[in-house]
Design a protein around this ligand. Structure first.
Ligand code: GTP
Ligand code: MG
Length: 520
């Protein structure tokens, strides 16, 4: 099997590391058996980051290893110890790499050394029960699970970033030309399609230094796949100008400089039509090559007027004798310099790619009814479900509280959901189905023993109205007692114990905890 040495298109599967789970633990000391929650948070998973490396020229590494993922975060531990974060995986890509998703949409165009793209974020670590404790939930018997990292399949496509592109028929002398004007040393031979992958050379003319790309030869019908096809033309898409390298010494029947130029132009047009590229807008220069050959010099003389009449700048050159190369180099430099003056400087950027907001702009979630199921979509609900340990009732209750605070229950009621309906949250392949039970009053104070949530089994809780009535009755009873006390002047410590009484901050109707609102 041939081993490719230059790869300019690869499919890559990337995944951020998973976040570590938070831990539920209770501080223990001698004589202090229940010292409060001290479970630490899980560490964040490492992300996969693409970064432009100045010395990277091919995507070959990814061709050999197409699956890459960041390291997982470590779980938290007791005594408030957080798990360590996973390591980011930094993948170096060549300048000019275009990153696309599976649908072909461009996610990023990696130009400028140092430009970074966080393509797959690591999952966030789950909070430990210490971080989940609040004045309402003093000793949570659960912790949040770490979230999985982003996972996606992308294509990397290399578009060589050169200032000038050399195009022409096979054996026109493109590689000879780049070898003559730069220190590039591509393979040169007298058979067609010597060049199979682009070569880059650096040229200095006057005060301008620029890069020139020599690409494989084009022939008539390249757009239909003849020869090496025309896909490699993407390597000259970013060039400031194209140089037609024309072989004036060819003895092939049916070929002459003007016909050759027309054929190549037709292929450029076919490429632009097929890809939507704006390649045709590039300025052109014409290098009439091999003028060291006497017949070729003569032919060059014949066609010059016609080419100039078409508005083209024409140069008689010889890659062999180096005649005319200085003029050609300065003409290329001039175009590059004016384009650079007009174009903004490429700044080093760090792009963080985030999943698109599922619920739409400005909305935390949406609910749609699909086949008798209520499907809740939204980043927060989805994440919260992933963080939930469904084996732990208290954790499930915490999830219910969060969803209610977000307004999911209200919205479901508004849309006409009735008790017992299926409510689906999460990704299609990983969805969780709940029974809609709007009777469950939200509130952390009704939690039972650690890891339990009384609301889940019990539906005969007092309603708010009942609670208010009881409170009023108790106040009346207290007032009566106080009166009796003032009468007798005797202290009375017999106070009724009711641990389920409303706390000072509780207003009927707002029993939903209200704290830990933005727990990640
Ligand atoms: N006499 C003469 N021969 C040249 C000149 N430039 C190139 N050649 C010859 O033409 C042949 C093809 O040259 P290459 O530079 O490989 O041509 P190319 O355009 O890169 O060809 P492909 O890579 O196949 O597309 C070689 O034998 C070169 O020596 C020139 O200026 N004068
Ligand atoms: Mg070549």
């Amino acid at each position: 099997m041939a081993v490719p040495s230059f790869v300019d298109k690869v499919t890559l599967h990337v995944a951020g590391g998973s976040g570590g789970d938070g831990v539920a633990s209770v501080h223990r000391e001698k004589f202090k058996p229940l010292g409060g929650p001290d479970g630490g948070n899980g560490g964040n998973g490492g992300s996969v980051i693409l970064v432009v490396g100045a010395d990277v020229t091919t995507l070959i590494d990814f061709h050999h290893e197409p699956h890459r993922r960041g390291t997982n975060g470590a779980p938290g531990a007791g005594n408030n110890r957080s798990g360590s974060n996973g390591d980011d995986l930094v993948l170096r890509v060549p300048e000019g790499t275009v990153v696309k998703d599976q649908t072909g949409e461009v996610l990023a165009d990696m130009t400028g050394p140092g430009t970074e793209l966080v393509i797959a974020q690591g999952g966030r670590g789950g909070l430990g029960n210490s971080a989940l404790a609040s004045s309402k939930r003093k000793a949570p018997g659960f912790a949040l699970k770490g979230e999985p990292g982003d996972e996606l399949t992308i294509t990397l496509e290399l578009k060589v970033v050169a200032d000038i592109g050399l195009i022409g028929f096979p054996s026109a002398g493109k590689s000879s030309l780049i070898a003559a004007v730069s220190r590039a040393r591509p393979k040169i031979a007298d058979y067609p399609f010597t060049t199979l992958a682009p070569n880059l050379g650096v040229v200095t003319a006057g005060s301008t230094t620029f890069t020139v790309a020599d690409v494989p030869g084009l022939i008539e019908g390249a757009s239909e796949g003849r020869g090496l096809g025309h896909d490699f033309l993407r390597h000259v898409e970013r060039c400031a100008a194209l140089v037609h390298v024309i072989d004036c010494a060819t003895v092939d029947p049916g070929r002459d400089p003007l016909t050759d130029l027309d054929v190549i132009e037709a292929e450029l047009k076919a490429y632009s039509d097929a890809t939507g590229s704006d390649l045709l807008d590039r300025p052109r220069l014409v290098a009439l090559n091999k003028t060291d050959v006497p017949d070729a010099k003569e032919i060059a003389g014949f066609v010059r007027d016609e080419l100039e009449a078409r508005g083209l700048d024409v140069f008689d050159v010889s890659a062999a004798s180096h005649a005319g190369l200085r003029e050609l180099s300065f003409a290329m430099a001039e175009i590059v310099a004016s384009r650079r003056a007009a174009a903004p400087v490429v700044e080093v950027t760090r792009i963080v790619l985030r999943p698109k907001a599922e619920a739409g702009v400005g909305r935390e979630f949406t609910i749609t009814q699909i086949n008798d199921q209520w499907v809740v979509r939204g980043e927060k609900p989805k994440r919260w479900v992933r963080q939930t340990d469904f084996a732990n009732d208290e954790a499930v209750g915490f999830l219910a509280d969060r969803l209610n605070r977000l307004g999911v229950e209200d919205e479901l009621l508004k849309l006409g959901a009735s008790p017992g309906d299926d409510v689906v949250i999460g990704d299609e392949d990983n969805a969780v189905v709940f029974d809609f039970d709007p009777q469950i009053p939200a509130g952390a104070e009704v939690l039972g023993r650690r890891g339990e949530d009384l609301r889940i089994d019990q539906s005969d809780r007092r309603t708010n109205v009942q609670r208010r009535e009881e409170l009023a009755a108790r106040r009346a009873w207290e007032a009566e007692k106080r009166e009796a006390r003032t009468d007798s002047r005797e202290p009375d410590w017999s106070f009724p114990e009711d641990e389920d009484d409303l706390e000072s901050g509780d207003v009927p109707g707002m029993l939903d905890g209200g704290e830990g609102e933005d727990v990640r």
